[in-house]
Design a protein around this ligand. Structure first.
Ligand SMILES: [Zn+2]
Length: 445
């Protein structure tokens, strides 16, 4: 048997400049992920929710609590049983399994989700889920005794398709459970019945809540779902955090009037003001350094008639960034721009902050562990924010959190065209494995 320390020095010395998933020498039993098995599992999972008569390239519709989700979960549970670990369900329907470690130590948690959007691809969530399997199986095969148990999670309900709530099952685990949550109805189904469908227990849903200290740390491997890594040709992203969203409701009031008889200089056109504000949001988000984004995603015009000058426009504006300071400044700029456009167009514009949330920062110690792991594997890294939500943002409330991103070809996701090369999948799983072994050396991060 080799110790953790000897493995890590071995890995550090030998793995430079070649992908560590290919790092397999006959004389060492260093833990390696099995890239072929990872691919095979991703391909087999893809049959659950595949369009009739389709192939892997046609993606999946595996919305949480659907029949496809149920059959996929049953298959995943069978796979776990085949790994010599015992699957356990919590009251929210999350699937856990743990391996090894000293009994008095908190577990290092790895995992992701297998539910999809209706037009889903084969990598969002799935990759991180089966990479977690690989971490446990690699450690088992190499007969490494980790100090901390290694636990994997398959979060039950990540996409917001079902019940309009994203990261819904990990949210419960993190303690965000409101009265009436179980009574929400979607698709004619009560949420409590949906959770029953996946063998959860809505009557004791609060038993799924886990406190701080439950886990040593949480690391999630995920596809980027954007094009930054792909464009930069960098295989590993170290996520700095999951961005916060500040959303605004904007109402523009002008003057409804005849589109034929009203001269151009006598108009108070709400549509013209809305168009100027939309361009303004784009300009506000673009003109400063950084990765902030701004979007006008919804606009309603009244009366919306070809021969009437629009009298009223309602817009939704959102800004996303890791920094709340930046978000506040973007909001101030939006209000200033609104005031200027109102004056210029003879309209009134009200800008109201409709909702905010806080960014979920990745723990610096976990980011550093990912960096060391990638370096040992000879892989280039880039630090970047996550613009999409993930279960990791919930678990960040109760445990030190980190995320590893791998490139999405063309930045496409939530589409059957979603693609991450098998090489990049394997690299990500390998960095996840190495990160877990790095973290295992530390009492806390
Ligand atoms: Zn996902």
């Amino acid at each position: 048997m080799i110790t953790r320390r000897s493995f890590l020095s071995m890995a550090g010395a030998s793995a430079l400049a070649r992908p560590a998933f290919a790092f397999r020498s006959a004389q060492s039993a260093a833990p390696t992920i099995d890239a072929a098995r990872l691919r095979n599992r991703l391909e087999r999972l893809s049959t659950h929710g595949r369009p009739f008569g389709g192939t892997f390239a046609d993606g999946v519709n595996r919305v949480a609590y659907s029949v496809a989700d149920l059959t996929a979960r049953a298959w995943v549970i069978d796979e776990i049983k085949g790994m010599d670990v015992v699957p356990r369900l919590d009251a929210a329907g999350n699937i856990f399994a743990r391996f090894g470690g000293q009994p008095n130590q908190p577990a290092i948690l790895v995992g992701s989700h297998i539910d999809s959007v209706p037009t889903g691809g084969n990598f969002d969530g799935d990759l991180g889920t089966f990479a977690a399997f690989e971490v446990i199986q690699a450690i088992q095969k190499a007969k490494i005794q980790t100090r901390h148990p290694i636990e994997m999670a398959v979060w039950a309900h990540e996409e917001s398709t079902a019940f309009g709530i994203g990261t819904a099952a990990s949210r419960i685990v993190a303690g965000d459970l409101q009265a009436g949550d179980m009574d929400k109805v979607w698709n004619g189904m009560k949420r409590s019945d949906a959770i029953r469908r996946i063998a959860g227990n809505p009557d004791q849903i609060e038993t799924a809540i886990r406190g701080k200290g439950t886990w040593h740390s949480y690391v999630e491997l995920h596809i980027e779902q954007g094009g930054t890594l792909d464009q930069a040709r960098i295989p590993i992203g170290i996520v700095e955090g999951i961005v916060a969203i500040h959303r605004y409701d904007v109402v523009i009031v002008g003057q409804v009037n005849h589109a034929g008889t009203t001269p151009m200089n006598e108009r108070h056109d709400a549509m013209v003001a809305a168009a100027a504000l939309t361009l303004g949001v784009n300009e506000i988000a673009t003109r400063r350094q950084g990765r902030q984004v701004g979007t006008v995603g919804r606009i309603e015009i009244e009366p919306n008639s070809p021969n009437v000058i629009p009298g009223r426009a309602t817009l939704s504006v959102e800004f996303r960034d890791l920094s709340e300071q930046v978000l506040r400044e973007l909001g101030d700029a939006l209000k200033a721009r609104g005031a200027a456009i109102a004056q210029g167009t003879g309209t009134t514009i009200t800008v109201e902050l409709a909702s905010t949330n806080v960014p979920a920062m990745a723990t610096s110690g976990v980011q550093a562990a990912i960096g060391r792991a990638a370096e040992a594997a000879g892989l280039k890294t880039m630090r970047l924010p996550s613009g999409a939500g993930h279960d990791a943002q919930q678990i960040a409330k109760i445990a030190p959190m980190g995320m590893i991103f791998v490139p999405s070809v063309g930045g496409i996701s939530h589409s059957p065209k979603e693609l991450t090369t098998w090489e990049d999948c394997a690299r990500g799983a390998d960095v996840l494995l190495r990160t877990v072994l790095e973290l295992d050396q530390r009492d806390s991060v």
